[in-house]
Design a protein around this ligand. Sequence first.
Ligand code: 13P
Length: 247
Amino acid sequence: MIRKKICVANWKMNKNFVESNDFLKKITQKDLSPNSCELVICPSYDSLFLFDRFNSQLSFGAQDVSYLNNPSLTGEISVDMLTSHNCKYVIIGHSERRELLNETNESVSLKMKEVYNSEMIPILCIGETLDEKLAKLTDEILDKQIKKAFSKIDFKSQKDILIAYEPVWAIGTGQAAGYNEIKQNMKLIKKIINNIYTNNCNIYLLYGGSVNENNASQIINIDNVDGFLIGSASLKVDSFYKIFKQL
Ligand code: 13P
């Protein structure tokens, strides 16, 4: 059986619902016929209602979720709200949230548990900063981020889990990690996962950080890379579509 590829757009805080709707209309007019690659769009919350409109052709994800189910939590969004909009995936622990919004390995582990226990699939983001890379701490950081993220899950059922390796220094810089570096770190991530009991969950590894139409085909051919998590290059229909076609 061919293992599917997954191409995820993380629109971050770009695009209001009019712009999101326009993008989705344009991309769904293109040939998205099954090429064993799942196309996933993660817009901001104001476009949640568009999920229902387009979800026969695309999959959707949210960029975050609350780990609490307490209705008295101003500004948060619950697992239940996302599920009711046919949201299939949730990004958890993106480095921008870790750096700027106090996301910690502990809160990531609580969100991972909530999403695992729901119908949705988590996209766990991990990655080292430039200082950590220069201090040769990458292995240690990835090990800690993954083990902590999985630590609260009671692996009762087998489901898909996505892990996006996004070196922080490669995000939004135009400078993707090199071939050998991605290969080595994907191998390491695989090894860390293999030493954790996951009840044979289907774990997919994505690469993120300055993926574009020029480097996509080289990166997708690296061992253990099942797809991408894409920021800037996912904002334009043509560049995102060109990447999708290479998977
Ligand atoms: P860029 O593709 O813009 O580097 O962003 C990557 C990212 O943060 C996806 O989550």
